[in-house]
Design a protein around this ligand. Structure first.
Ligand code: FES
Length: 361
């Protein structure tokens, strides 16, 4: 018997250790019998040169398929470009690009695994490990250290002190649990109802955020975008209630060439000479949709890159958002100022809350 540098006992392999190469050291283990290795199964590719050749051919083919798929993905990018007027082209473009890359990676992976499994050298190796448990001497030493620490700290002796400490430690996570109360909104209202009603109402003027200046239709030039709030909001005291109301009612106002708007017949009168207003609260998880791309008329949410097409009622054209941004119907009053026709016709904000009802217009 010999002892390694960690105190583990080693013995040299002998003729009875059938699974181990000669000269390899083994850990002595009295409690368990070494089950050894199952008999090594030989692969057909080792014994039959014809099958080995076939395997090599198939694997080579897989690598070529991978290359072809990768090239296809690149060609698909150019041959089926995104036509911004046609949502089908966006889907086709993404599908072909994704399919090409995915198949390219898949065939490459399958080929590499098959190469390793069927053609690379099939040799079993075993490596000795020393015993994982501590030696009796080490175990004894550790026990002594613990006993000494216990004695010096008085942990077992001072029961009141110890129990107070344990109680204090157990109580520590409780504030985290109490924070869950924030999920309760205090008046038992369902989130759909809370998000379904905002401060917009018939005749409420659209004013600039944060100055509160009303906006005339003539102020809104083509390509411009305004961050807008209801005028009634400016009359509220600055506080939590006002901020909550603002978070729901915030709107983006844009003007497009009228012929660029593909308006549904039932929403034809929701815009005013190309001026449209949409909720700024992203329908994914509620970030403010703040970036307006004038050339494409796309709105971009910076949080997870959802994109909305303003020409098509803010339909989602990219990203995780599940539904279009809600539209605020607008018109002008007798003095030429932009006003709301009503509140939104659907809840603003994350799609999740909208699931309880069908608010499709
Ligand atoms: S919150 Fe807008 S994309 Fe996630």
């Amino acid at each position: 018997m010999a002892e390694d540098e960690h105190g583990g006992e080693l013995r040299t392999a002998n003729s009875s250790d059938r699974s181990v190469d000669s000269g390899t050291a083994l850990v002595s283990n009295d409690a368990y019998e070494d089950p050894g290795m199952p008999e090594h199964g030989h692969r057909v590719t080792d014994s039959d040169p014809k099958k080995e050749k076939n395997a090599a051919r198939v694997i080579t083919l897989l690598f070529w398929v991978s290359l072809a798929c990768t090239l296809f993905a690149m060609f698909a990018y150019f041959i089926w470009p995104i036509d911004r007027e046609d949502i089908t082209s966006v889907r086709l473009h993404s599908f072909l690009l994704g399919a090409g890359i995915a198949l390219g990676m898949l065939s490459l992976g399958v080929g590499a695994v098959a190469w390793a499994k069927y053609l690379m050298k099939d040799e079993e190796l075993s490596e000795a490990r020393h015993k994982t448990g501590a030696s009796p001497a080490t175990a004894q030493r550790v026990t002594e250290i613990f006993a000494k620490a216990n004695d010096e700290s008085g942990f077992s002796r001072r029961k009141l002190l110890r129990n107070s400490l344990i109680t204090a430690v157990l109580a520590l996570p409780l504030p985290g649990i109490v924070l869950f109360r924030d999920l309760y909104n205090g008046n038992n209202e369902h989130p759909v109802d809370l998000l379904h009603e905002t401060m917009w109402d018939k005749g409420v003027r659209l004013v600039r955020d944060p100055s509160g200046t009303p906006i005339k239709a003539s102020d809104v030039t083509i390509g411009s975008a305004f961050h807008v709030i209801p005028e009634t909001l400016t009359e509220m005291h600055h506080g939590e209630e006002m901020l909550n109301a603002k978070a729901k009612a915030i709107v983006l106002l844009m003007r497009l060439p009228e012929d660029r708007l593909n308006e549904k017949p039932e929403r034809k009168d929701w815009s005013y000479h190309g001026i449209v207003a949409y909720s700024k609260v992203c329908t994914h998880v509620g970030c403010p949709v703040a970036l307006y791309e004038q050339q494409t008329h796309h709105l971009l949410c910076p949080c997870h890159q959802s994109q909305f097409d303003v020409t098509n009622h803010c339909e989602v054209i990219f990203g995780p958002a599940g539904r279009p941004l809600p539209q605020l119907p607008i018109e002008v009053d007798g003095e030429g100022y932009l006003v709301a026709q009503s509140d939104f016709h659907e809840p603003v904000g994350p799609t999740f809350w909208e699931r309880r009802h069908d608010y499709n217009v």
